[in-house]
Write a protein that binds this ligand. Structure first.
Ligand code: HEM
Length: 320
């Protein structure tokens, strides 16, 4: 199976619901020269189900991005923004980081210019760095990859919702260094990602998906993989389903026109696996995909302590 991006085509087994949802898409209002996405264009996590039955391989899985859909706004916007603003205030250095360099300041300013024009409620607080303002204004988190002389490195970031990684570990690193903990990254992705970064052009932005299964639905998980911290009181799952959440990252990549920096947006979508209980097609694909993971990927993803329960539950649902 593909662990990450096998099929990123938005789709749903519930065709009618999906069509209705898609009809909400892209309602744009022009305010002077600014374009604001005022209405959510996608409200349904079911658009993002990055699994299929192909043999395992990490894949780039990049698709062309329509810049009208660069940012996603949904009913969680206010809650996400409130949490981000709290984190930037109380845990600033864990969620905001940057390399001190004039190019980095310039690229941050360019990203803020674009984000502030597209965001629903831009936080124009001059006391914050532009990258901090970006993360506090959108449900997306933001990373700027900038060539400071020896190829692109993680040069600035506002990441409030990390999926079990620690921002301070990654600042100043190249793509290969950032991804070093990932099983099979060198073999499957290192070269394609480097080449992709070299070739990414301003007029060809893209999006892709990553996935995780976590036993904790907290958005802010600044821990290295292997250190899960389930709060049992936070479970919203039916008693017979294991307390596991499917956490999908919708990632966007675009080259900024003025500075040439690469803006990497990370948007978290989560749902309890229990919400798939009636969707036998997807449950079957998920079960096949999990069983096809190599042992080292299984370990990197830290699936060991609930996988047996989850697969048992999937099997029982499919028999019902
Ligand atoms: C086309 C570009 C990219 C591809 C194909 C890609 C692919 C991946 C994959 C397959 C994973 C493993 C996911 C998992 O199983 O949990 C991953 C993790 C990760 N990616 Fe990327 N990625 C890309 C760009 C980036 C960029 C630009 C950053 C910059 C911050 C980034 C940061 C990370 C981090 C921090 C992790 C977690 C690493 C860890 O566990 O320490 N990725 N990526």
């Amino acid at each position: 199976m593909n662990a990450h991006t096998a099929d990123t085509t938005p789709k749903s087994t519930n065709g009618r619901a999906s069509a209705a949802i898609r009809s909400f898409r892209v309602v744009l209002t022009c305010v002077g020269s600014h374009i604001s996405a005022l209405v959510p264009w996608s409200l349904d996590m079911s658009d993002y189900f990055p699994f299929d039955a192909r043999p395992f391989r990490l894949r780039m899985g990049v698709r062309p991005l329509d810049l009208d859909q660069w940012l996603e706004v949904d009913h969680d916007y206010d809650a996400h923004i409130a949490l981000k603003r709290e984190l930037v205030t109380t845990r600033h250095d864990e969620v905001v980081a940057m390399v001190d360099h004039p190019l980095v300041a310039d690229a941050q300013a360019e990203l803020w210019e674009l984000v502030s024009h597209a965001a629903r409620s831009p936080l124009n607080d001059q006391r914050l760095s532009p990258i901090a303002r970006c993360t506090c204004s959108t449900q997306e988190d933001w990373v700027l990859m900038i060539d400071l002389g020896a190829g692109p490195v993680l040069a600035a970031a506002g990441v409030c919702f990390p999926s079990r990684w620690v921002l301070a570990d990654k600042v100043g690193l190249t793509n290969r260094e950032i991804h070093a903990p990932i099983a099979h990254y060198d073999e499957h992705l290192a070269r394609p990602v480097d080449q992709f970064f070299d070739r990414l052009s301003v007029d060809r932005p893209v999006w892709r998906l990553n996935w995780n299964l976590f036993d904790d639905p907290a958005l802010f998980q600044p821990v290295r993989k292997g250190a899960s911290a389930l709060d049992p009181t936070s479970s919203t799952l039916a008693a017979d389903a294991p307390p596991v959440w499917l956490r999908v990252e919708r990632q966007t990549l675009r080259r900024l026109p003025r500075t040439g920096a690469i803006a990497f947006g990370i948007r978290i979508h989560q749902q309890p696996v229990n919400s798939l209980a009636e969707d036998h097609d997807r449950l079957a694909v998920l079960g096949t995909a999990l069983r096809a993971l190599p042992a080292d990927t299984f370990a990197y993803k830290d699936l060991g302590h609930f996988a047996e329960d989850l697969l048992g539950w999937i099997d029982r649902r499919l028999i019902d």
